[in-house]
Design a protein around this ligand. Structure first.
Ligand SMILES: Nc1ncnc2c1ncn2[C@@H]1O[C@H](COP(=O)(O)OP(=O)(O)OP(=O)(O)O)[C@@H](O)[C@H]1O
Ligand SMILES: O=C(O)c1ccc[n+]([C@@H]2O[C@H](COP(=O)([O-])O)[C@@H](O)[C@H]2O)c1
Length: 204
């Protein structure tokens, strides 16, 4: 099994996340892509917003009718506390030892990778696929064991580039816009997600 892990706060989930997932599914020949909502993101501990339960609900709405290979992996919400990727990979790889894991991310994550908890261990357990995000160039970071390759073979430690999402969307901008103009469509939200945000007065 070739399994992609797309981790994030999804606060709220938006079309940029879905485009990233689609690019990964199409280019990496994945059997599954799991969205992994954080309990607390290590570098964004207090982002505001409606909390984990609502983020999870919005994410499952965003995935309704999307690609059937997409699932939600709730291991970080169940574990609670700060969501370190190395802990998640240790749990998943012990649980599913035959899977090949690949982290799916936007290029804004690359400069911070050496500062993640135990990055060398992360890339003993998984690879990474990175899509260009507007404003964030692709620059391979210095992490032992991580090496750029043209295509993913399934072996850990490989860093592969995905095409650009070409969607200049960020949850933080959407939160700001929703708060400033609650009755306007900020753009970039799946319709079901916007509907729930409105009907439940979230992000006010
Ligand atoms: N528009 C986008 N294009 C490419 N990747 C994206 C895009 N938006 C988010 N991502 C990626 O999705 C993953 C999860 O992102 P996250 O949930 O933190 O969303 P975000 O929009 O970056 O949130 P925030 O603005 O609150 O920081 C990260 O790897 C991030 O790089
Ligand atoms: O493990 C770490 O040290 C680490 C540091 C920063 C980010 N991450 C992961 O990267 C993903 C996106 O994080 P963020 O902060 O952009 O929401 C999410 O799954 C985080 O758990 C992980």
């Amino acid at each position: 099994m070739r399994i992609g892990l797309l981790g994030g706060a999804f606060n709220p989930p938006h079309e940029g996340h879905l485009k990233l997932a689609k690019l990964a599914l199409d280019h990496l020949d994945l059997d599954e892509l799991r969205f992994v909502p954080t309990a607390l993101s290590p570098h964004k501990p207090d982002p505001g917003g409606p909390g984990a339960e609502a983020r999870l609900r919005l994410l499952s709405e965003a995935l309704e009718g999307f690609d059937r290979r997409c699932k939600i992996e709730s291991v970080e919400l169940e574990r609670g506390g700060t969501s370190y990727t190395v802990d998640t990979l240790e749990t998943l790889s012990a649980r599913e030892p035959d899977a090949a894991w690949i982290l799916i991310m936007g290029s804004d994550q690359l400069p911070g990778l050496p500062g993640w908890r135990c990055p060398e261990r992360i890339f003993e357990l998984a690879s990474a696929a990175v899509a260009l995000r507007p404003g964030a160039p692709f620059q391979a970071p210095e992490v032992r064991g991580l090496r750029p390759v043209p295509a993913w073979s399934g072996r850990p430690g490989e860093l592969v580039a995905l095409p650009a999402t070409e969607l200049d969307l960020a949850s933080s901008d959407l939160r700001t816009r929703l708060q400033a103009a609650p009755h306007e469509d900020p753009g970039g939200l799946p319709p079901q997600v916007l509907g729930t945000i409105r009907s439940e007065n979230l992000y006010r």
